[in-house]
Design a protein around this ligand. Structure first.
Ligand SMILES: [Fe+2]
Length: 239
């Protein structure tokens, strides 16, 4: 099996009896999908608030790499020549100080705990300040607008033993967009991951599995101003 789907049904975390099996699956380069583990209403609220934030605030040219940021940021990536991975998307990086993103941090804290249980990482191993040492979680949101939002195929670096890609959909294929979306290559075959997800799911896979976002409702014009399209919350662990 290339893709493992586990129904969690609102237990909020991975039951202990499944942890070992999922750790082995991820190591073997299988994709893991956890279903019904997050609150769909909160995910909808996060998408709406993020979209509003993008409309009300001017985009930033640069995105800070610091672990802790005072103000929420967002940036539009429209095939920028300096990007390692070519893409058309809108990236948002909320700040913990921003009251508008309260639900975002409730959900990302839950996702971080789920991810850390798989990676056997404790909260105290995290960085406490921008200059401190330890792991960082820098959760971001990506909006791939309809009419051509995409990310070209690539792999990401494996950071020591602790590396895993964690993607939470904030939109649904066939509802918010019809074609395109997340594809992961397993043993020479590209798998349409988005078609298997619903609001409340989390996708996990090793960063060295090739992945891409195919153009979302490909057309001549990209609709940056519309809330439709593909939305994802990314919670990768970093050092
Ligand atoms: Fe990636």
């Amino acid at each position: 099996m290339d893709i493992i789907t586990l129904e969690i049904s609102n237990k909020k975390k991975i039951p202990k009896k499944y942890l070992k099996k999922l750790q082995v699956s991820l190591k073997k380069k299988q994709v893991v999908i956890l279903k019904n583990i997050l609150d769909p209403l909160k995910l909808k609220e996060i998408k709406n608030k993020t979209f509003e934030f993008g409309k009300k605030n001017k985009p930033n040219k640069k995105m800070s790499n610091f672990a802790f940021i005072k103000k929420s940021l967002h940036r539009i990536d429209d095939e920028h020549p300096q990007m390692r991975v070519k893409c058309v998307n809108h990236v948002f990086r909320p700040s913990r100080n921003d009251k508008n993103f309260k639900s975002f941090f409730e959900i990302t804290d839950q996702i971080d705990e789920i991810r850390n249980s798989l990676l056997k990482i404790k909260k105290k191993e995290y960085r406490k300040s921008n200059n401190g040492k330890g792991y960082i979680s820098r959760p971001t949101i990506k909006h791939y607008p309809i009419g051509g939002g995409y990310m070209s195929k690539h792999t990401d670096k494996v950071l020591g033993k602790h590396s895993i890609q964690v993607i939470t959909p904030l939109s649904e294929k066939f509802k918010d967009y019809k074609s395109g979306g997340l594809k992961v290559k397993i043993k020479k075959n590209w798998h349409d991951i988005d078609a298997k997800l619903s609001l409340g799911s989390i996708v996990l896979h090793r960063p060295d599995l090739e992945h891409k976002v195919d153009k979302v409702n490909r057309s001549k014009k990209t609709l940056w101003g519309s809330i439709s399209g593909k939305w994802s919350l990314i919670s990768n662990l970093d050092i």
